[in-house]
Design a protein. Sequence first.
Length: 528
Amino acid sequence: MTFQDTQVNDARTLPELLDRAAEARPDVVALSYPEGRVTYRELADRTMALACRLLGAGVERGDRVGLLLPGSIDGFALVLATLRVGAIAVPVNARYKARELEYVVRHAGMRLLVAEASSLPLLEEAGILDLCRVVIGIDDPGFVDGGASHASGDVARIDRTVDSDDDALMLYTSGTTANPKGAVHRHLALVWEGGAIAERLRLGPDDVFWTPLPFFHCGGIAVLAGAFAAQCTCCEIAQFDAGVALDQLEHDRVTVAFPAFETIWLAVLNHPRFDSADLSALRLVVNVGVPSTLRRMQERVHWAPQISCYGSTETFAFACQGVADDSLEQRTTTSGKTLRGIEIRAVDPDTGAPLGPGEVGELVMRGPTRFVRYHDDPAATANAIDAEGWFHSGDLGRVDEEGRVSFVSRLKDMLKVGGENVAAAEVEGYLVEHPSVLIAQVVGVPDARYVEVPAAFIQLVPGAEATEQELVDFCRGKIATFKVPRYVRFVEDWPMSGTKIQKFRLRQLLIDELERLGVTEAPKIMSR
């Protein structure tokens, strides 16, 4: 038995999908964390109780409710409770420092912020207590007492008036280059995405759908929506740890895994206990990475097809996904076809003119899961969404004759080396073919001769060794000289923003180093 499209066609909201599942399969586990699990009936009841507390705290329709919480059953229950009362949930990046937190709370215009007790020093440092009402934990006495003045009937009356076109969720972009922007999504996006994911992945009621993505990430909420649509189990983790993740994959008998990023999945695959773990229930893995890394990861989990995907905060996670029936080449070199109702095409970055099959251009997207606007930023919204409704992603890619989408690089992740265009992703894809290289990230640094040159940051395979010169020599004669990294630096940890590696910080680290050393011109690379 697999997902049927009729399950979500007429659902208005994610809480409505939850209620349907609670009615049809009340005793099935809806959400599982290492710390505990909850059935569909229990989760539905919990969201109603929390919705009463929100009403008691003065939350009204259209208000923004911030959630500075770790991933947890109660965290997701509070998101759903917020949606029930017609308010807008704003999950906050748990890695934010005081300045970043103050910006987001002020920019979002939060009516209420729910945070855990350990965040109190940060809240005080950021001056949040003067910006909005703050509740410390869902069991804050004032929060609980306020909820006692409202009954589930009060919530139900509001819930029935919430429309699919109403604002539901504000997700802040990762802010890798500037202040984050609040991407606003409608209820329709959440419901549609859930149904489209369930359809593409062929989720059925017996599936267990896993992701380690953080609570504030669109992928974590999208996996929850997909599980609700299929009325199966969503399995998540509060803070990624490879050992905990491996235990969860094994003990929860996960069938579909969405680790998403190579930094996450490689840590699981390289865990000392991986080879002895029983992951035989796993039938599908959804991942992102360069083709050579995807092939290597597929070899480690040879019994479960690995597919790729493409999307962003603005597309509410997945815009396209592959399928298990695709060939290995298609599954490792493309992100598959668009999900139901979504359009993607490649256009000329300068003119916006549509390009033909296989031609590389900027990927643009439109459809029911596209974000509505950037909150309180009409200029950025107009720059991102054109008059025909296409969201301009800033990604370079191609669409083949059969409609499969391939990501090439970020439009701004193109280096200009002596007048030659160099895609960072291309160089990264070659570097990870070296047996000692686990992850490669390529950035451009200023150069007196070439204006800009490639530099590579490398994380080695555990126990492996390599030198800077060895990796430079590995590239020489195999890729064009202007693409060969002039500098190689080794790292054990990456500067992260949510789930993304912050390349601008890597670049600045090397620029600072070169300035200290007085280096203005990179070593020359001679082709073999």
